[in-house]
Ligand binder design. Structure first.
Ligand SMILES: *Cc1c(COP(=O)(O)O)cnc(C)c1O
Length: 844
């Protein structure tokens, strides 16, 4: 890991003649570690307090302040000492063995490439929209904490996502700002000879140039690509302007840049990751570029190369509805990838399209990126337990006739990077309980230590957090409503807004209908009543963006703004505009209860609720996504019950009433119920449970360890095995896979004899296998609900009459014999079944 000070001549914006101390400051400023480890904040504040508060961007601060000021401070012994100490700490954090080095020192895994369309590391590098970027950013940071060798690959957007302004009438206005690459914490990625690395990719019949950038995030790096290279045509320069901008044509171009450009970048840097992790189907084209590399290296065909690389690809799906998958018209695919498919991969367009179709033979079908990613990967997972289940259903068409619980999709529930989402006060409380390095190991003793936290400590924490949020709300609201022209119009004294001791609820998310951001407004009278109860008031802080073209989402925002204005509720309810990571940090820090109301099972996981855990906030949510597995009545509240929602679900009106009931009869009384010392004991017990039981489990630390041990390490092993040599085993498996595909239909059942004798049912079946080698299939006795380790039948040495193979097997007679049926599936040695060979034949 490279932790030497960055040389000033490598930088963009710092001149080679600069003093050495500036280089040291630059090294610190360019390491995104400052954004979750606030140790260096004081230095930046000293350089330029105002700019630092406004931007939270040390790199910008360093470039902006006068050189005199920098030199003056560099002469100050205290400043110099602090700088030296911080560099030393950074060095130590980068080079000392972490969890991975200690636990998996001898593993074959040296590098994971993590592809994602968005990364949310800090609000000062705005290349994200929301949840997906949060998952990617937080996992990258935890990989750094744990020493897992991950390298991120993403796009550098010239504009990123829009910024939100709310006008007088409550309309959302979209504002686009420019991400000046010289002023965000990225530097040009240079090859060893000092050249700025540029990558060429093909877009249809054009070759376009991509610029490359490097972000240092603690021990790990994130590489970014953009198309704004002056050597490109203007239409190509704009491809990476806006995240998820434009229509399908823009999207496919961005995805080609991410997947194919990203893989080429790794190759150009001589990085050879064993594992390529596709964070959502957007990155699916990476499997094509990886296969192309192997074709060149081994001189094999595309299909062979895809086969060889497949075990090294891991695909994480984040979508809970089919409409969420990116899919492209076949003609668009031809326009963008036709020449690449034919010339570089040596395959026809039909062959390429087949990889992204449910039915490869259907010429009409669009190309689905998630199908490509799944077909190109050796392991697939959803992002919560429930979402794993939903995904098995969503992808079941690719595995016809397989039982739903054997569809090869597992799950790793997302987690958040706790050091990012804690605040200075909760950090102190946690440090007193679990020490400074608490999020860098395996968290084994965390629960019992956090349980020891006293009522004083927890209530003190909540009060100071809430008070800070109230101050933040007042100052931000004053500024924001001036901007939107709402201040005169409202005639408000912001110091009357919100109260530090009032129960504070938070609700912030994308304003899309499935999240039901207006559920609380279903019965406005009742909400107003709850907000204004004399001795037990409520206050509510809201934030969220609707997609720039999403009129329904924008109407939902307007409804809230109008509700607040018309009922003069500004002292109790606020909608903060421009929800981003900075606002999220403040909200999850200060709220007492985080509310989430998605329509089950549309929320694949959801992460914002996890962010309040570390700060002693509690959750009240639908049993969807992560909350379906996290909820227990002693640590939060659940809306709706699982059973009824599975069948005839409750209407929104019914659920809203249930939400009001929960607030009125449980949440509010518990918060305001105090003992003689002024503590809400029941509430504090919930906080203790929520912090101690949930924070470790729903941390990115846990998620990254799980990815490492359950996905990356096995993937690296299998990739190495299969990649061993071209003439060897892997080609035999490839041939077998092909053979099975071509000849499977020749298998048929002959006579089946069953008999129950004592404690066993025994089975004898005759099978005609046609061209298929008897060793390449497995004959299993199946019964519903017990697919794990199905009993396999033994083949008799002697081939029966008319070429029938005879198989025998038995099972304990604990269930009636009619519960059993025989099936034939490919034999799985070295091959992922059914992911790589989805054939199956049932007796009935
Ligand atoms: C955490 C976060 C999200 C994701 O929240 P969900 O609960 O998954 O909707 C979105 N945007 C921002 C700015 C966040 O911080």
């Amino acid at each position: 890991m490279d932790s030497k000070p960055i040389q000033t001549q490598q930088l963009y914006g710092i001149l080679p003649s600069e003093k050495k101390g500036v280089g040291k400051l630059a090294t610190l400023a360019l390491d995104m570690r400052w954004s979750w480890n606030h140790a260096a904040d004081k230095l930046w504040r000293q350089l330029d307090p105002e700019l630092w508060e406004q931007t939270q961007n040390p790199w910008l601060v360093l470039q902006t302040v006068s050189r005199n000021k920098v030199e003056e401070l560099l002469k100050d012994p205290e400043f110099k000492e602090k700088l030296g100490a911080l560099l030393e700490q950074r060095e130590k954090a980068a080079s000392s063995p972490a969890w991975y080095q200690e636990k998996h020192a001898s593993s074959v895994l040296t590098q994971v490439a993590y592809f994602s369309m968005e990364f949310m590391l800090n609000e000062a590098l705005p290349i994200y929209v929301g949840g997906l970027g949060n998952v990617a950013g937080d996992q990258l940071k935890s990989a750094s904490d744990l020493g897992v060798p991950v390298t991120g690959i993403g796009l550098f957007y010239q504009q990123g996502y829009f910024r939100q302004l709310i006008d007088q009438q409550g309309n959302q206005q979209a504002i686009y700002t420019f991400n000046d690459p010289g002023q965000v914490s990225i530097v040009p990625l240079r090859t060893p000879n000092g050249e700025w690395l540029r990558i060429a990719v093909q877009l249809g019949s054009f070759t376009i140039w991509l610029r490359t950038w490097e972000v240092q995030a603690g021990r790990v790096k994130l590489y970014l690509l953009d198309s704004n290279d002056p050597a490109n045509l203007p239409v190509h320069r704009g491809i990476t302007n806006e995240i998820y901008g434009g229509g399908p044509e823009m999207r496919i171009k961005q995805e080609i840049i991410l997947g194919i450009g990203g893989w080429k970048l790794l190759a150009a840097m001589d990085l050879k990751p064993e594992v390529c992790h596709l964070n959502e189907g957007h990155a699916g084209f990476a499997v094509l570029a990886r296969a192309e590399d192997i074709m060149k290296e081994k001189g094999c065909s595309f299909q062979e190369a895809l086969f060889i690389s497949r075990p090294g690809n891991v695909f994480t799906t984040h979508t809970a509805v089919p409409a969420g998958f990116d899919h492209f018209h076949p003609q668009l695919m031809e326009n963008m990838l036709g020449p690449f498919a034919r010339q570089s991969l040596g395959i026809s367009m039909e062959e390429l399209l087949a990889l992204g179709r449910r039915d490869p033979a259907n010429q009409e079908e669009y190309f689905n990126m998630a199908f490509l990613a799944l077909r190109g990967s050796g392991a697939v997972n959803g992002v919560s337990q429930l979402h794993g289940k939903v995904s098995r259903q969503l992808f079941s068409d690719l595995f016809p006739r397989w039982p739903i619980d054997e569809i090869p999709i597992g799950h790793v529930t997302n987690g958040v990077h706790m050091p990012t989402w804690d605040n200075e006060f909760s950090d102190k409380v946690w440090t007193s309980a679990c020490g400074k390095d608490r999020w860098r190991g395996d968290l084994l003793s965390m629960e019992s230590k956090v349980c020891q936290l006293t009522d004083e400590a927890l209530w003190g924490l909540r009060n100071v957090c809430r008070e800070n949020l109230v101050h933040f709300i007042r100052s931000i609201f004053a500024r924001q409503s001036r901007l939107g022209g709402r201040v005169d119009h409202l005639n408000l004294n912001v110091n009357d807004m919100f109260h530090p001791q009032t129960l504070t609820l938070g609700f912030a998310r994308r304003f899309v209908p499935y999240k039901r951001p207006n559920l609380l407004l279903k019965n406005k009278e009742r909400l107003i009543h709850l907000l204004n109860q004399e001795s037990f008031p409520l206050q509510l802080v809201l934030a969220g963006k609707a997609g720039p073209g999403d009129e329904r989402g924008k109407a939902l925002i307007r409804e809230w703004i109008q509700f607040i204005d018309e009922n003069r509720l500004h002292h109790r309810v606020v909608f903060l505009s421009d929800y981003d990571m900075g606002i999220a940090e403040q909200l999850v820090s200060g709220v007492d209860v985080w509310i989430n109301t998605p329509k089950r099972p549309w929320e694949a996981c959801g992460t914002s609720g996890m962010k309040v855990l570390v700060n002693g906030g509690l959750n009240l949510s639908t049993r969807d996504g992560w909350w379906a597995e996290a909820f227990s009545p002693d640590l939060g509240w659940a809306l709706g019950n699982e059973e009824s929602m599975a069948e005839g679900e409750l209407s929104d009106v019914q659920e809203a009433e249930a939400l009001y009931d929960l607030l009125e009869y449980q949440v509010i009384p518990e918060f305001y119920g105090r003992n003689d010392n002024g503590f809400p004991l029941k509430w504090l017990e919930r906080i203790r449970n929520s912090m101690s039981k949930l924070a470790p489990v729903f941390s990115a630390n846990r998620a990254v360890r799980q990815y490492t041990e359950n996905y990356y390490l096995p993937a690296a092993e299998r990739y190495k095995e299969r990649n061993a040599d071209k003439e060897g085993l892997e080609m035999k498996i490839f041939d077998r896979q092909k053979h099975l595909r071509e000849h499977w239909s020749e298998i048929s059942f002959g006579e089946i004899k069953t008999e129950t004798e004592g404690k066993y049912h025994s089975f004898q079946v005759s099978l005609l296998l046609g061209e298929i080698h008897p060793e390449w299939v497995s004959v299993e006795i199946y019964s519903e609900g017990s697919h794990q380790g199905l009993p396999k039948m033994e083949r008799e040495e002697q081939v029966g009459d008319h070429g029938y193979q005879v198989y025998k097997g038995k099972v304990p007679a604990s269930r009636p014999i009619e519960h059993y049926t025989i099936r034939v599936v490919p034999f799985s040695d070295g091959m992922a079944v059914p992911l790589e060979a989805s054939q199956i034949l049932w007796q009935r």
